[in-house]
Design a protein. Structure first.
Length: 255
């Protein structure tokens, strides 16, 4: 057991030394440029920072950049493509994520004899403190040798800090369609908040959305569905997200 502890400590020290050789640049919440090494960067500052690079909009631009209002953070998250926007929405929908940052930092470090500079697409922080760095690429780039090399380097570099890494090339179309639809009901202030307890109380085994609406009756029926959809977004209710959402969708309370 002493040997295992010693090995673990040795690996940890190697990672710290490696992280100390990697430069990281980010922007604080007030827009100030911050430079540090990966071993010393403060996670809370990254999670509350601004995109490390500014967006420019111009006629003929091939990518669709913009800002997404996140119900998780209560603020705006930057994206540089529709595919990035889709991944951000999925993160916003995930109940275990509490921080989402687009273009969070720039990494500079050695990759063999070359020096790489790379801005990952998304930083996610979970409720348990775990961190995942996400790079989003179009599916046709999955087997591109340059992309593969960059992904492996980024995974290795962020791993020096103990962070996870995710290559993301898309998700099942129906799941994305459902999440995009539910995102329209993510703002609590746009629904009849006072109906939330009644909707939750109307859910029983085998309930469909239509069943809940009928059980609450007029005049509140027209207000019920937005509440149901909001609860599906927040995780108060769950449904099969692999099928289209409609009045006949079965819903249940989260266990």
């Amino acid at each position: 057991m002493r040997l295992l502890r010693g090995q673990h400590a040795h690996v940890g020290e190697q990672r710290r030394r490696g992280a100390a050789t990697v430069r990281i640049q980010y922007r604080s919440s007030n827009g100030e440029a911050v430079h540090a090494t990966l071993d010393r960067v403060v996670l809370s500052e990254l999670a509350g920072g601004l995109p490390v690079r500014e967006f420019r909009w111009y006629r003929g631009r091939k990518h669709y950049s913009g800002w997404y209002w996140s119900s998780t953070t209560g603020g705006l998250v930057a994206y540089e493509s529709r595919l990035e926007l889709a991944r951000i929405m999925l993160a916003d929908f995930a109940p275990d994520v509490n921080a989402i940052v687009g273009q969070p930092f720039r990494l500079t470090g050695a990759d063999g004899r070359r020096i790489r500079k790379h801005v990952p697409d998304i930083l996610l922080v979970r409720n348990d403190g775990g961190v995942t760095v996400v790079d989003v690429k179009a599916p046709f780039k999955r087997d591109d040798p340059d992309v593969m090399a960059l992904m492996r380097w980024t995974e290795r570099i962020v791993g020096l800090r103990g962070w996870g890494f995710e290559e993301w090339y898309g998700a099942p179309p129906q799941l994305l369609a459902n999440v995009r639809f539910l995102a329209g009901f993510r703002r609590e202030r746009l629904i009849a908040e006072d109906l939330i307890p009644a909707v939750q109380g109307a859910v029983s085994a085998g309930s469909t959305i239509a069943d809940i609406e009928r059980s609450l009756g007029e005049p509140s029926q027209v207000l019920v569905r937005p509440v149901v959809l909001h609860l599906l977004w927040t995780g108060g209710l769950v449904a099969d997200m692999t099928r289209p959402l409609d009045a006949l969708t079965f819903v249940k309370l989260r266990d």
